[in-house]
Design a protein around this ligand. Structure first.
Ligand SMILES: [Zn+2]
Length: 179
């Protein structure tokens, strides 16, 4: 007879849990077009840090140019801090904790974040979307990851579920297994 047979069966596994945190963190982004969240996790499954794409500290959100086109100085690209970079920079602990850590992120990291990830000691990237896979930036990220020993994988299809979190008392997390 199986021990712990009364254990709940449909609890979130680690990948689902940490990707959920990354997704939830994306909910803080003010970017009207792209909301990205990241969650850095130690090799023994502790959340070390989170981040989302946003303005640098003290750059007022209302003055931040969220445009994608036009004069470069009036677009977000010059100024926005990516989710992965923010997750690394938001960490207030001992950076050695990043050795062998992994990062969960919505979108495959750009080449600038890839460099930060490699230098931080993070060894694995788990992502949901690779929609810019044909861009030079993503190709450069993969080249660097492959060369520098950082592995990457998408969250497996069977773990891509829909969660419904209700911020009210006495309501558990509900989710659908099939999308
Ligand atoms: Zn980036």
């Amino acid at each position: 007879m199986e021990k712990n047979s009364k254990k709940r069966k449909d609890y979130l596994n680690w990948d689902e849990y940490f990707m959920s945190i990354a997704k939830l963190t994306a909910g803080r982004s003010k970017d009207p077009n792209t909301q990205v969240g990241a969650c850095i996790v130690s090799s023994d499954n502790r959340v070390l840090s989170t981040g989302y794409n946003g303005a640098p500290n003290h750059f007022h959100d209302d003055q931040f140019p969220w445009d994608r086109e036009g004069n470069p100085l009036e677009t977000k690209y010059m100024f926005v801090c990516h989710a992965e970079a923010n997750a690394i920079d938001n960490y207030r602990g001992y950076k050695k904790e990043f050795e062998g850590a992994r990062i969960y992120v919505d979108l495959f990291p750009c080449n600038e974040c890839a460099k930060r990830i490699i230098q931080s000691g993070i060894k694995e990237v788990i992502y949901l979307s690779d929609k810019y896979q044909d861009s030079d930036s993503t190709k450069a990220s993969k080249l660097m990851f492959d060369t520098c020993g950082v592995t990457y994988r998408p969250l497996e299809k069977e773990h891509q579920k829909i969660l419904k979190i209700t911020l009210k008392p006495d309501v558990g997390v509900e989710y659908e297994k099939e999308i």
